[in-house]
Design a protein around this ligand. Structure first.
Ligand code: SF4
Ligand code: SF4
Length: 221
C-alpha cells in the first residue's frame, strides 16, 4: 500500500490555472484508506472546485488506479466527458496519476502527495514507479515522474548527456526527460518547461505526525 496526503487546495487550484472544465477521477484502493481518494474525497473535491467556479464535467472511481487496464476500461465509458474537459484531476498516489497519463492523452493533475511509509504499490505489471517524494511533481512533467524516470532525479530539464533519446547513465533506458518533453508536446504543455522547479524539500517525504501515528512505526513500538 502507498500512503497519500492531500495537496493543499490552493496548490491544486493553482495547478488548474485557467482551466474551466475538469474531470475528476479517484482511486478506491489505497487512497480511499488514506481518505485522499474514494467517494468522500471525490465529493469534497467536487464541492471545492465548484466553489472556485470550475465546471466538473464528470467523476469516476476506479478500484486500483495503478492498474492501467482497469483505468482504460473504466474511462472508455467517459470518453465524451473527458473529451470536453480541459484536464483530469486525479485523487491518488503517484503511480495512479502516471497510469492515467499513460492511457489518456489529456493533461493530468495530481491532487495528492505520496509520502514515504515504506509501503508498496499495487503489484501490477507496469513501468511506472514512485519514490514517495512527498511533493508530487507530475503536474509539471505531464504525468511522467522525474524522480524515477531520470537516473539523476533531475527536476529542471535534462542533463544534456542523452544520446539518441537514451540515458547517459544506462543506454538501455530511455532518457526520462526526453519522455517528459514528448508527453508535454503531445498535450500542448511545453510551456511547463519554462517554470523553475524549486529544490526538493526532502523533509516532505515524511508523512505528517498524525499519519505516522497510524503507521507500522507506531505499531512496532
Ligand atoms: S513526483 Fe514521482 S516520486 Fe514524487 S510523488 Fe510524484 S510520482 Fe512519486
Ligand atoms: S540522460 Fe536523461 S534520464 Fe539520464 S540522467 Fe540525463 S536527463 Fe536524466
Amino acid at each position: 500500500m502507498l500512503f497519500t496526503q492531500n495537496k493543499p487546495t490552493e496548490e491544486v487550484l493553482e495547478s488548474l490555472g485557467k482551466e474551466k472544465d475538469i474531470f475528476l477521477l479517484a482511486c478506491n484502493g489505497c487512497a480511499e484508506v488514506c481518505e485522499t481518494g474514494g467517494e468522500k474525497a471525490l465529493s469534497a473535491m467536487k464541492d471545492e472546485l465548484e466553489k472556485a467556479g470550475k465546471n466538473v464535467t464528470g467523476t469516476a472511481l476506479v478500484d486500483f488506479l495503478c492498474n492501467k487496464l482497469l483505468v482504460a476500461t473504466r474511462l472508455a465509458r467517459e470518453t465524451d466527458k473527458i473529451k470536453q474537459s480541459d484536464s483530469i484531476l486525479v485523487l491518488t498516489c503517484g503511480i495512479g496519476v502516471q497510469a492515467v497519463a499513460k492511457v489518456v492523452d489529456k493533461v493530468v493533475h495530481p491532487a495528492d502527495n505520496t509520502v514515504s511509509l515504506g509501503g508498496l504499490q499495487g503489484l501490477w505489471p507496469a513501468d511506472e514507479r514512485c519514490e514517495a517524494c512527498g511533493d508530487c511533481a507530475l503536474d509539471y512533467t505531464g504525468g511522467i515522474c522525474p524522480i524515477t524516470f531520470c537516473a539523476k532525479h533531475l527536476l529542471n530539464g535534462p542533463c544534456g548527456g542523452a544520446q539518441d533519446g537514451k540515458c547517459e547513465v544506462d543506454s538501455e533506458k530511455d532518457c526520462g526527460w526526453q519522455l517528459i518533453y514528448e508527453r508535454l508536446e503531445k498535450v500542448g504543455r511545453l510551456e511547463n518547461l519554462k517554470k523553475i522547479y524549486k529544490p526538493r524539500d526532502h523533509s516532505k517525504m515524511l508523512p505528517s505526525e498524525d499519519l505516522r501515528k497510524t503507521s507500522f512505526y507506531d505499531l512496532e513500538k
